[in-house]
Design a protein around this ligand. Structure first.
Ligand SMILES: [Zn+2]
Length: 266
């Protein structure tokens, strides 16, 4: 990555601003998760937010991230039905994510890139968990953003991003085709393939391989016991890929050198 153009370090005021911006983005992310995961898919712009129970429109002052949910004590003002705790939690998580990135990278391009990447991963994980789909808006939209960030950073990052996207797409496509051939059923959805093209654009090809490895590892640790226990639940593999991608972004080189040292000493 090129040095950040305006690196103010971890200025607490900028970290706080990033957190507030993150909370607002998290509020919009809630709408994306809900409407892009719906069948059929709905617009995130229209209609404005309504209570799913009584249809009462949400006033602007009831739409302040985190705060409104607390003031309303988690209930609709119209019908007193509970409002899901997912809303303030997603807003809080996104706020912390954006604040963390500015704290870690300083105020600049890499902080924005990391925050956008993390927001997309959170959106994918939650949509896959709720609706078993990975919307193209997250995967292909994110692929476009990943390439754009690389383009802004220079020619070398752009090559890395395009190669990463190709490896992510190709690797998961091979897994899908291979799985279909071996098990005579769909092993990997198209959503996962497009998601890994997006991840590749942000992490490069080494990061893509590490993401798939970590995702498969975490996925099997959780799902093999469930399958042995007789559960026939669908596997929302996007969640594990999202966790693997986040771990790779945060600690990829450390994980690889730890693994290298582990293999080297064995
Ligand atoms: Zn209501």
């Amino acid at each position: 990555m090129t040095p950040d153009s305006w690196n103010a370090g971890n200025d607490p005021v900028l970290v706080l601003y990033a957190g507030v911006l993150g909370a607002v983005i998290g509020s919009f992310l809630n709408v994306c998760i809900l409407r892009w995961g719906a069948e059929p898919k709905q617009s995130v712009l229209r209609p404005p937010s309504r209570c799913p129970t009584c249809g009462r429109g949400v006033r602007w002052y009831e739409n302040v991230p985190i705060v409104s949910w607390l003031v309303l004590r988690g209930r609709c003002r119209g019908c007193r039905e509970p409002i899901s705790v997912q809303y303030p939690l997603v807003e809080l998580a996104t706020a912390l994510l954006w604040a963390f990135m500015v704290w870690r990278h300083g105020f600049g391009l890499e902080a924005l890139r990391g925050a956008v990447f993390g927001t997309i991963l959170l959106g994918i994980a939650l949509t896959d968990a709720r609706a078993y789909v990975i919307p193209d808006e997250f995967s292909l939209g994110g692929l476009g953003l990943g390439v754009l960030f690389a383009l802004l950073a220079g020619r070398q990052p752009l090559t890395t991003a395009l190669l990463g996207a190709a490896v992510g797409f190709g690797l998961l496509w091979l897994v899908a085709v291979g799985g279909q051939w071996m098990f005579k059923q769909e092993a990997m959805g198209g959503g996962d393939i497009k998601m890994m093209a997006m991840v590749g654009a942000f992490l490069g090809w080494q990061g893509t391989l590490l993401t798939v490895f970590l995702g498969a590892l975490i996925g099997s640790l959780i799902f093999v016991p469930l399958t042995l226990a007789g559960s026939k639940k669908l596997v929302p593999f996007g969640i594990f890929l999202a966790i693997g991608a986040a771990a790779t972004y945060l600690a990829g080189p450390a994980i690889l050198s730890w693994y290298g040292g582990y293999v080297g000493s064995a």
